[in-house]
Design a protein around this ligand. Structure first.
Ligand SMILES: Cc1ncc(COP(=O)(O)O)c(C=O)c1O
Length: 389
């Protein structure tokens, strides 16, 4: 049996939405995008939302809107996708990595406190796998440095919350990804939400080359109007051709979460009796259940990935610790001991197939292969002295 790593839920009849855009005169960011942005404001209870063509471009535009550049530092967790740190490099600033909490794998506030310097301009907490960093507590930690922006990397957490509080309520902004495998997707895309009106105005410019007016506004009266450019920007807007796929998914996201929860709990229940580590659950959080990850000893991981692949099971690794990747290692001279929790997790983690349309048979196949082939490898490794991590 073959089980893909991911299968999206978009249906052929959603092409009708695309056809509606094709029959309108405006293909890029227009009225449909504006409607989606209003929907996002309503969903998150925030004042402003802006669609973007990827988390990455949106985050780079956000850093530009905050005037972050050479000489500045931005604190990021070592355990995340490369984009979180890369955007900091791209604007010429320095990503200052900190280790994550051993139980939750989320950025630790103690780590943030220790990493702050006079050059710190922002912190990017990552809501890894769908569980939220305590952004309210982070804001308190930064209370004597109100100049430090908080940019939530909410690529994994659209529908999650912490103590009933959703992303975007205690930060400068929260940024979502609508990449192909995300809980809401338009193939590529994303959104930024913010309650800070001044930042939002600057972001609208850095999202569009730094121009003072978007195309829909430049032609709003049917005549061309001049625009100015007062700051440097990206091209990070989402076209209506993709935005049109989002409204239905936003409306149904909360009703789709119980299925993800059911699949996650089924995995967790079975793996609880096996020598396999799972990330700890926060008690006071609604988990957005973006990825389902397990952890095996480091000398077993790559063999386990190959074995799962040979049995037709699509798996990935989210993520090897960023400071161990060649670019960051070479540039900043990190080694395996620099961020030990993240390094250890990254050396042993495997992401299993996990998506709402995963059938019971498919999940059962994954569980059987883990139980019959991966667990014996782990046990053999433990017997011959590999660390249980
Ligand atoms: C934690 C995290 N941050 C940022 C990104 C980048 O998102 P995008 O592909 O929309 O640029 C991803 C994408 O997978 C991610 O997982």
């Amino acid at each position: 049996m073959k089980v893909p790593f991911f299968r999206h839920d978009l249906r052929p009849d959603q092409a009708d939405q695309v056809a509606r855009v094709l029959s309108s005169p405006f293909l890029t960011s227009g009225s449909i995008g504006r409607e989606v942005e209003s929907k996002l404001c309503e969903y998150f209870g925030v004042k402003n939302a802006a669609l973007i063509n990827s988390w990455t471009n949106g985050a780079a535009a956000a850093l530009l809107a905050l005037d972050i550049g050479p000489g500045d530092e931005v604190i990021v967790p070592a355990q995340t996708f490369i984009a979180t740190a890369n955007v900091v490099e791209l604007v010429g600033a320095k990503p200052v990595f900190i280790d994550v909490d051993a139980a939750t794998l989320l950025m630790s506030l103690e780590g943030v406190r220790k990493a702050i310097t006079p050059r710190t301009k922002a912190v990017i907490p990552v809501h890894l796998y769908g569980q939220m960093v305590d952004v309210q507590a982070l804001k308190k930690t930064l209370s004597d440095r109100p100049d430090i922006a908080i940019i939530e990397d909410s690529a994994h957490c659209f529908e999650g919350d912490l103590d009933g509080v959703k992303p975007g309520r205690h930060s400068t902004c929260a940024i979502f990804s609508f990449y192909a495998t995300k809980n809401i997707t338009s193939g590529e895309g994303g959104a930024l939400i913010t309650d800070d009106d001044g930042f939002y105005e600057r972001f609208l410019q850095t999202r569009m080359h730094g121009m003072s007016a978007a195309a829909i506004d430049r032609f709003s009266l049917g005549n061309y109007r001049h625009w100015d450019m007062t700051r440097l920007g990206m091209k990070a807007n989402l076209p209506d051709l993709l935005a049109c796929l989002l409204p239905e998914q936003i409306d149904s996201i909360d009703s789709r979460l119980p299925r993800r929860e059911e699949l996650a709990v089924a995995y967790e229940h079975i793996f609880a009796d096996m020598p396999i580590r799972l990330p700890g659950r926060l008690q006071n959080a609604k988990h957005a259940r973006h990825l389902f990850v397990i952890h095996v000893p480091r000398d077993v991981r790559d063999m386990a990935v190959d074995t799962l692949g040979r049995d037709g099971i699509g798996v990935t690794v989210n993520y090897r610790s960023l400071p161990t990747l060649t670019f960051y290692q070479r540039k900043y001279g990190y080694d395996a001991n620099s961020f030990p929790v993240s390094e250890e997790w990254g050396a042993g983690t495997i992401s299993l197939p996990f998506f709402p349309s995963l059938t019971r048979q498919e999940q059962q196949h994954v569980i059987s292969v883990v139980k019959e082939k991966i667990v014996p490898m782990v046990k053999r490794g433990l017997l011959t002295g590999s660390r249980p991590d």
